[in-house]
Design a binder for this molecule. Structure first.
Ligand code: ATP
Ligand code: MG
Length: 286
């Protein structure tokens, strides 16, 4: 079985859900990552990454710290050059920041000297949107993420959750076809995090996009993803891709279902295996 074959095949009900899920949400491959590797000087971060992400698909990416998750997102966003292989978005090879791609970062990445309104408008201004477009899109997206009334607030006046809502509104205001999420909820308390996960899912349901969702949380990876990509090794590569086979729209009911638990355990054991190997290598060095 190759690394890209779907693992986690369960029979019966889960398989049926998976078929329905696939038909309803995938669409054609929007992002094609083909034999991609990245080296920084002597450091080969990852190699041989093959992954295709559908037009209406959420792919979660997990793997140990330093395995290159952020670097992979930056490569998709054209901010770092790959050293091997190629990435295509909508058929076009990525050679610089592509159109239609937006990113949400762990540490919000807001301008502290700009208001919520101006932060959300930033991506549109960068894309040289007209005044009329900005005046239409910014308030609509501020409302979409539940920040109506906070247009004039500065980031320091907002909670972490509200700052990330602003980051999300900024990303969505450009109407992206691809949304890259780099541990977007990692710095947010557990309760707010769960609220934001379901809000993001709700927004995605209303305007499906291709999403690559990097996280250290196994639960979050399973909750969000149609598939979970597990990276391992140094240099890292794709260890397994697990089809979650969970129905959409996803609600809180998914927690605790046999399939959710099964996938979570599967991802957990893959990551544990990697952690144990790293520990063994460390012992050998000592
Ligand atoms: N611009 C750069 N120049 C040199 N090395 C880099 C650069 N960016 C990242 N690296 C190295 O590449 C490796 C992968 O980094 P990356 O940030 O992509 O990992 P990650 O999987 O996102 O980690 P984490 O889970 O901690 O966020 C690390 O060893 C890092 O030091
Ligand atoms: Mg990272």
């Amino acid at each position: 079985m190759s690394a890209n074959d779907d693992a986690g095949s369960g029979g019966g009900e889960a398989a049926t859900v998976r078929q329905a899920d696939r038909a309803a949400y995938r669409g054609a491959g929007r992002i094609k990552i083909d034999g991609v590797g990245k080296r920084f000087g002597d450091l080969q971060v990852f190699k041989g990454i093959d992954l295709e992400i559908g037009e209406r698909e959420i792919v979660s990416v997990v793997g140990p710290s330093g395995c290159g998750k952020t670097t992979l997102l930056r490569a998709i966003d054209g901010l770092v050059d790959t050293t091997e292989g190629e990435i295509r978005i909508g058929g076009e090879r990525v050679v610089g920041p592509p159109r239609g791609v937006a990113v949400v970062f762990q540490h919000f990445g807001l301008f502290p000297w700009k208001t919520v309104y101006e932060n959300v408008a930033y991506g549109l201004r960068l894309a040289k949107a007209s005044k009329a477009q900005i005046a239409e899109s910014v308030p609509r997206h501020i409302e979409l993420v539940g920040l109506k009334g906070f247009e004039k607030a500065y980031p320091y006046q907002l909670s972490g959750g509200m700052q990330q809502r602003t980051g999300l509104a900024r990303a969505l205001a450009t109407d992206p076809q691809v949304l890259l999420m780099d541990e977007p909820f990692a710095a947010i308390d557990a309760q707010t995090r769960e609220i934001l996960q379901f809000e993001l899912l709700r927004i995605w349901e209303s305007r499906p996009m291709s999403m690559v969702f990097v996280t250290h949380s196994i639960e979050e990876a399973v909750l969000m993803g149609d598939r979970v990509v597990v990276l391992r090794g140094r240099p890292s590569s794709i260890d397994q891709i697990i089809e979650t086979g969970l129905p959409r729209p996803r609600t809180r009911d998914v927690f605790g279902t046999p399939r959710f638990n099964e996938v979570r355990e599967q991802v957990w054991s893959l990551l544990m295996r990697e952690a144990e190997q790293a520990e063994r290598e460390l012992q050998e060095v000592r």
